[in-house]
Design a protein around this ligand. Sequence first.
Ligand code: EPZ
Length: 417
Amino acid sequence: MDKLLIRGGRRLEGTVQIVGAKNAALPAIAAALLSGEKLTLANLPDVVDVATMLTLLGHYGVTTERTASSVTLDAGAAQNAEAPYDIVRRMRATLLVLGPLLARFGTARVSLPGGCAIGARPVDLHLKALATLGGTIDLDAGYINAKAPGGLTGARIVLGSPSVGATETALMAATLARGETEIMNAARDPEVADLASCLVAMGAHIEGAGSHRILVQGGRTLRAARHDIVPDRIEAGTYAIAAAITGGHLELTGARLEHLAAVGEALERTGVRIWPTDRGLMVARDGALRGLDITTEPYPGFPTDLQAQFMALMAIADGASMIRETVFETRFMHVPELNRLGANVTLQGTSALVRGVKSLRGAPVMATDLRASVSLVLAGLVAEGETVINRVYHLDRGYEALDRKLVRCGADIRRVA
Ligand code: EPZ
């Protein structure tokens, strides 16, 4: 297993190219199953989770032609099959094939995804949405069996909470359901809006994506299309915090500040400067870092996927910060590891109290989930001495060439097998 050796203390300066969003690429790949014609997705990130999703679609007979950063998917000859547990257990997002399979083939059998380091990750909202569209769903032996022999029928879906995945499942299934579907309390994330624009390019009729109410006129046959994946706001937020924590400055080309409004506002309040440029956005910090209280919330609130990274920043801020995690129940796996690096974080239920310390000291630490892992990299960039991060495969799931990008901005990072 690879590990990263980081020697802290270097300011990051330079430019980072932000790639397409993993969490927009995954549902867009699943959407290829809805159509018998080719779907070309450009600006795909080169990350393990995308490769896993493409492997899964191959399992259904979807052919893929890859170029540098785009893939053309052809589900014309796709057949229904069973999503095998060994692929599904690797990544929860494989659940996103359930809606398209049911809508296109009238049946679907997908393994229940396991939980993961950040929580139980139930799927009840996905299943309820498909049942509302006329699917009959039952669970047996760890599998979801979904049936809609006469096809799906448009309906009013009211989501119990603005789940990103459940919104995407409902949206994709609704494009093939007969008649109109209204999705209430939909997730408003840019990745949901991006999936909708991919479906519209394929011929779907969708209004209101990106708001809490989405309207779909379903029942159309979808056709060949090409779609550019939206830039990754979580990758951009991660590098913005890398600039802030090292007291450097980075231009993030391709990044869209409007997708990071809550993060930009929080960073400004800690003393970091962040502003749009014509190529993306710029982040710089040359003064003191002030502690700040934040609460994670569904978009457009502060994203849970940047909570661990922000905690690493607050670990060296002046004063204390209270970080409340309201989206996932146990997304604090990074806390004991940050404390090994000299941070002073105490957990109180769904909140973490971070008391800023003067400096962190390098140590061997263990990565657990994707965003916890990258928060350890950020802490390592500023810790005195050497930080060794094991189980780096977590990073490769969602960050393209992270160590190479950081080295290009001046970081002292080596990847060793
Ligand atoms: C998506 O996960 C992202 N993954 C996550 O990013 C992200 O953290 C999350 O949205 C929240 O923004 C992808 O898009 C592939 P949810 P998802 O459904 O769809 C509960 C990363 O690091 N819930 O919005 O699984 C759930 O338990 C990953 O890139 C139900 O109760 O998130 C959680 O507490 C991590 N029932 C909350 O809703 C359901 O049926 C939010 O989950 C579904 C979800």
